[in-house]
Design a protein around this ligand. Sequence first.
Ligand SMILES: Cc1cc2nc3c(=O)[nH]c(=O)nc-3n(C[C@H](O)[C@H](O)[C@H](O)COP(=O)(O)OP(=O)(O)OC[C@H]3O[C@@H](n4cnc5c(N)ncnc54)[C@H](O)[C@@H]3O)c2cc1C
Length: 457
Amino acid sequence: MSDVIVVGAGAAGLSAARELVAAGKDVLVLEARDRVGGRLLNERLPGSDEVVEVGGQWLGPGQDRALALIAELGLKTFPTYDGGDKIAEFGSKLTRYSSRIPKISPLALIDIAQAQLRLDKDARRIPLDKPWEAPHAAELDRRTFAEWLDRRTCTRTGRAFFQLMTEAVWAADPGDMSALWAQFYIHSGGGLDSLLNTRGGAQQDRVVGGTQLIATTMADALEDRVRTGMPVSEIRWDPQRGSEAGALSATVVAAGKEFRAAHVVVAVPPPLVSRIRFTPPLPAVRSQLLQRLPMGWTIKVNVVYDEPFWRAKGLSGQANSISRSLGTVFDNTPPSGAPGVLVGFLEGRHVQTAARLSPADRRRLVLDDLAAYFGADARDAVGYIERDWAAEEYTGGCYGAFATPMTLTRFGPELRRPVGPLRWAGTETATRWAGYIDGAIESGRRVTAEILAETGP
Ligand SMILES: Cc1cc2nc3c(=O)[nH]c(=O)nc-3n(C[C@H](O)[C@H](O)[C@H](O)COP(=O)(O)OP(=O)(O)OC[C@H]3O[C@@H](n4cnc5c(N)ncnc54)[C@H](O)[C@@H]3O)c2cc1C
């Protein structure tokens, strides 16, 4: 018998457990996989003691909770390699540029700049804790982000830029999501530049030893309170009880065993909540909400070289293209400087096609794009690591879930609303940096505060 059972040992579930234990609660974390970290996962580089992340990895300014937690756990960060020129393809040819802005036509530049200005201005008006109460929320939520962009841009390059931007930030198509959700998310991450930039933005820093260390270090300190290999299949909850201190009001079934607690924190991606059987069933409004929060989709690819050969050519390893399958690429070399690693993402339109290829053809496609960006040396890969998060039983896609049109205004208030003894965590429930590691940590702290407010420490 526990005070709290946490379902899911990702950044959200583990930070909730860590805070609850610090407040004196008896906590049990049940994790379906045989490892902790969820969307945070390190993989060892071939022939090396170094690792790369195949899931979430970057941190940046404004992600105060994640940065503070990293420091508390005794971990260190290092800057993403950002020296040298960048490559961009926003028209018919690849160009190399050293300034902040790629070489594109002045008309397209003005088009992008004015749309970004408008987007940032509108986004700032969305209340982070209640986006559904934004001015014009109903009108915005009825539209897809694609419709909003079509009205605000007038050049082909401008539209293509925002298509690429959406694929890179959400791993989704602008036609998939509500314009209200897109603007909420932009505000939640501090504006478009903050979401897109390396230096000064969300891609600025990395964790020495890989970001999964955030999860494994928390789990180590929680000792045997964390049980892996425990997929939760059913939660029986008592709708009459849940707010009295010490009331045992839920039974959680995992791997054929039953566990009882006063509160249950559900810290799994929204679509996976629906795979758990709730007895009695969840309220209709919550069930409706869960049916409208699908996950994005990307295949993340790390390509390994003996050394970061692009640096000697004066290149940063960063490349963007509106037409290639690997539309976004970064230098992902470990802090020691070897081996060299380029990380790229097959997202949006491209993942649909790439996922249907054989692994050998997909690898060829990726190496073709890298060779186009960085020269023929890019074909001399010594390692190739890809991860399709949509194929993961206990994730179902990435980077996170997004809201389809007419979801936030009709069901948004249910996102964090407690149901009896059940509390909802996970990055998708965050107000700041929703979709990011920082947002997952925020959600863990929020559910802790909710439980402590009811029961006392
Ligand atoms: C490829 C990729 C790149 C990303 N890049 C970045 C980045 O650069 N920066 C950034 O900040 N964020 C990034 N993210 C997003 C970031 O990783 C997530 O926001 C964060 O890790 C989510 O944490 P979470 O705890 O909310 O969810 P999760 O990490 O998904 O944790 C949920 C946990 O619940 C478990 N689970 C699921 N179902 C059950 C069940 N029935 N019973 C028990 N356990 C269950 C899962 O196994 C998992 O461990 C990226 C994500 C991916 C996949």
